[in-house]
Design a protein around this ligand. Structure first.
Ligand SMILES: [Cu+2]
Length: 406
């Protein structure tokens, strides 16, 4: 092959690969498809982006075809340079006005949708969202909203944000370290979460189900492992969301099983300085209060009170459910979804492998600091969860304890 042929072969291969990627992006039920809105906010965006996408597509095809035609028609065949002209006012004015009209036609509905999405006066439920390296915390302030009786005790969770379906939820978002961006493509656009500021975002899901997303602003080493899911449960006093709230605020139950009891004391020794478990008391009956602000750069670590009511952990990157049970939850229809989600992680469904690996050596599983020797940059505080050198016996005990955190 001549170099020219080789280059052409390479271009052809690149073209086929690009086409493959485009086709792969059209999966029937992709969890983060921006063209499959599942709530009114995303629907508004979709109603806007589709016509604009088509218009831009037509303009693109026309422009590229004309360019291709001109390149082919007037390519250098040794012909003399054509006569030079200057100035065609009519054409120039027309070619200025036409794009201006198209841009105006795009701008008016765009600005109107932006203003509409920014209006949060009609919110029916408030959830505070806080980003940090590399997971999301969700907390529910005491309020009259979300449920007919309101929420009477604060709830703190992470990874999966549980909301009532068919309810206008107001997200008040911020960050504890660097800029992150909250993005659930099927429910709304992106919103940056910035330290020292509170940004709002509307969320509403038409139906119960799980809606996946990911941090959309590069935020450091494990940015790619900073995911999140919105879980919508049926609304109302008798609905699944009410059952979820009741369970999250239920009093702490100490384990009765021997292994889990050993796990509880191991947890107090090894984990409770960072992780809060509400209602946990020490041998002297004193509440065990976590101080992640003294340990972790962001000043926070996930609340593990009800760890096994969520399906994922560590920035929703790994599943707490094994793949069979996870599929069962994800693929259930909206009617049976709530029951399946509320069952939490049962003994049979636990994905032990990933959780064990996490406890054995979390920085090996999820990159947390490029160089563990450089802790002075963060005043000796960790980014993420450090290596804890636990024994396999301790891990067995801790797993038994964590499995009861429902
Ligand atoms: Cu992030």
């Amino acid at each position: 092959m001549t170099p020219f042929q080789r280059r052409r072969r390479k271009l052809q291969l690149a073209g086929v690969a690009a086409l493959g990627l485009v086709v792969a992006g059209c999966a029937e039920n992709a969890p983060q498809d921006i063209f499959q809105p599942a709530g009114p906010n995303a629907q508004k965006i979709d109603d806007l982006q589709r016509p604009i996408f088509y218009i831009a597509g037509v303009v693109g095809v026309v422009v590229l075809s004309v360019v291709a035609f001109v390149v082919w028609k007037f390519k250098d065949r040794g012909q003399p340079i054509p006569e030079q002209t200057h100035g065609k006012p009519k054409l120039e004015v027309a070619l200025t006005i036409l794009p201006a009209v198209i841009l105006l036609g795009v701008a008016i509905p765009t600005v109107s949708v932006i203003m509409d999405l920014a209006d949060t006066d009609d919110s029916e439920c408030i959830v505070n969202v806080t980003g940090q390296q590399w997971w999301w915390e969700f907390d529910y302030p005491v309020q009259d909203g979300c449920l007919p009786g309101g929420i009477t005790e604060p709830i703190v969770t992470s990874g999966q944000m549980v909301i009532p379906s068919e309810t206008k939820v107001l997200i008040r978002g911020t960050s504890r370290d660097v800029i992150h961006s909250f993005w659930i493509p099927k429910l709304n656009g992106k919103r940056d979460m910035v330290p020292g500021r509170i940004h709002t975002l509307r969320m509403e899901a038409d139906q119960p189900g799980i809606y996946a997303g990911q941090c959309a602003e590069f935020c450091g080493l494990s940015h790619a492992n900073m995911r999140m899911e919105v879980v919508a449960l049926s609304p109302g006093a008798e609905g699944d969301f009410a059952a979820w709230v009741a369970n999250q605020t239920a009093p702490y139950e100490a384990p009765t099983d021997e292994l889990a009891l050993a796990g509880q004391s191991s947890f107090i020794t090894n984990c409770a300085r960072c992780h809060q478990v509400d209602g946990l008391t020490d041998d002297a009956g004193q509440p065990v209060i976590a101080r992640p602000d003294l340990q972790v750069y962001s000043g926070a670590a996930p609340n593990l009170t009800n760890l096994m009511t969520r399906n994922t952990f560590a920035g929703a990157t790994w599943d707490l459910l094994n793949s069979e049970c996870r599929e069962d939850v994800w693929e259930s229809d909206p009617e049976s979804f709530g029951d399946k989600y509320l069952a939490g992680v049962t003994d049979e469904c636990l994905n032990e492998i990933d959780l064990r690996e996490w406890l054995r050596d979390s920085p090996a599983k999820k990159p947390m600091y490029a160089d563990a020797e450089r802790l002075e940059e963060t005043d000796g505080l960790f980014r993420g969860m450090p290596y804890l050198a636990l024994s396999e016996t301790q891990i067995d005990e801790l797993l038994a304890y964590l499995l009861e955190r429902k």
